[in-house]
Ligand binder design. Structure first.
Ligand code: SF4
Ligand code: SF4
Length: 412
């Protein structure tokens, strides 16, 4: 694609990166066919090729306003387009640059600004969030069914005592997950403890910053990333083997910390942290080998909902699938697996109608193969699906355990 970005834009690292990305796009439209919002809305401007064009216009200095923002806001950042692009166009990076510029130049209406601020306020303050969730659970009978199911009942999950040994890993304590589904991190701690690895969240670390980043509060997102980078870099130097994030959305954001911190002078430390994020499924497959099995009481026939961050972002969906099969599960067929469920971080709250339509399609696809349970790998997807699903929805970590010593899946 030909570009004519003005020198003032090309003089910046983001401007040069955007120009490079724009020029890599050959306008073939392969990406349009896999875009969920294009499929749903049928408008070129609600597909990747149209959005790329809108960002090009914006960076070239052409007038942009609420119409441009509407189409960029409707993007789920699911990256299905990026995964299907024959030219390896880095769409998600271009979208980051475009959104950041738009946020700085076109003011949102007060209601939108307020909603976004409230979301950040609630999700980034653990005490406030826990209080709100506890109040919601108390008032559960009065709440709409969907919200009631999303809040759940607050299972804790048994956490084994700390492992004594030399192997240590760092756990990312996310924002919403510890309050809404602590059983997921508990399952990771239990599994790693069985391998003699202690997994702990470090004081001074916290939310990965993805939520702020995607809500346009880029500096807030960088401040959260910086806090983690400082804390974890020290622990990694002191012998921690790696960093584990049990939500695929957070894991992807950590893997891209060097991009998040671009231009800050801290890219080196950020890249060190990004490179230390561990693929937990691969680790369990490597180290537990044939010793993985289905937990008691968990059905054998399940549907795996592959979060976009896991398949298009991290590229680790096949590993989780292999692990579940190795543990003895039968995975049912799920049609159009590449399509987003509509959760996409805070998207389901900000674009509820599109999110709802995508959820209905996803649930139909997950339920068609006769599964008895839906497994996922991301807290956002889990909550979004759980609100409407007829089947139980759980994180894959909760479904497996290590065989007692001397047994295997076929022997236990
Ligand atoms: S598939 Fe890639 S090259 Fe083709 S239009 Fe989409 S982004 Fe551009
Ligand atoms: S990220 Fe997803 S929603 Fe956005 S343009 Fe690409 S395919 Fe469409």
């Amino acid at each position: 694609m030909q570009t004519a970005l003005p020198p003032a834009v090309l003089d910046t690292p983001d401007g040069r990166e955007a120009d490079r990305i724009l020029r890599s796009c050959v306008h073939c439209g392969f990406c349009t066919a896999v875009c969920p919002t294009y499929q749903l809305l049928g408008n070129e401007m609600d597909g990747p090729r149209g959005r790329i064009y809108l960002i090009k216009q914006l960076l070239e200095g052409q007038p942009a306003g609420s119409e441009t923002r509407l189409h960029l806001d409707r993007c789920l950042t699911c990256r299905a387009c990026e995964a299907s692009c024959p030219s390896s166009t880095r769409y998600a990076r271009l979208l980051d640059i475009g959104r950041e510029r738009l946020e700085a130049t076109v003011r949102r209406p007060p209601k939108e600004r307020m909603t976004r601020r409230l979301l950040r306020l609630l999700l980034l303050r653990p005490l406030l969030l826990r209080t709100a969730i506890a109040a919601g659970r108390l008032a559960a009978p009065l709440l709409p069914r969907r919200l009631r199911l999303q809040l759940g009942r607050g299972r804790k999950g048994a956490v084994p005592p700390p492992v004594q040994g030399h192997r240590r890993m760092i756990l990312l304590r996310g924002c919403a997950q510890p309050a809404l589904a602590p059983e997921i991190d508990a399952a990771a701690i239990r599994l790693l403890s069985g391998l003699g690895i202690s997994l702990e969240a470090l004081p001074g670390s916290g939310c990965c910053g993805a939520l702020s980043h995607h809500l346009g509060a880029v500096e807030e997102g960088r401040a959260l990333a910086r806090r983690n980078i400082e804390c974890w870099s020290k622990a990694l130097k002191d012998g921690a083997e790696g960093i584990i994030a049990t939500a695929s959305g957070c894991a992807l954001h950590l893997r891209e910390y060097d991009w998040v911190m671009r231009g800050s002078g801290e890219e080196g430390a950020a890249a060190g942290v990004a490179g230390s994020v561990v693929d937990l499924a691969a680790l369990l497959l490597d180290e537990a080998g044939d010793c993985l099995r289905r937990r008691d009481g968990v059905p054998q026939r399940i549907a795996f909902q592959v979060p976009c961050t896991l398949q298009h972002g991290l590229g680790e969906a096949a590993t989780v699938r292999r692990l579940l099969e190795r543990a003895g599960f039968t995975l049912t067929e799920v049609r159009e697996e590449h399509l987003c469920c509509g959760s996409a971080g805070s998207y389901s709250l900000l674009q509820p109608e599109i999110a709802r339509s995508l959820l209905e399609c996803k649930l139909a696809a997950l339920e068609q193969g006769g599964a008895e349970l839906i497994a996922t790998a991301n807290i956002g997807c889990l909550l979004h699906l759980r609100g409407d699903s007829r089947l139980p929805v759980r994180h894959w970590l909760e479904l497996i355990e290590l065989c007692p010593e001397g047994t295997g899946p076929g022997l236990s």
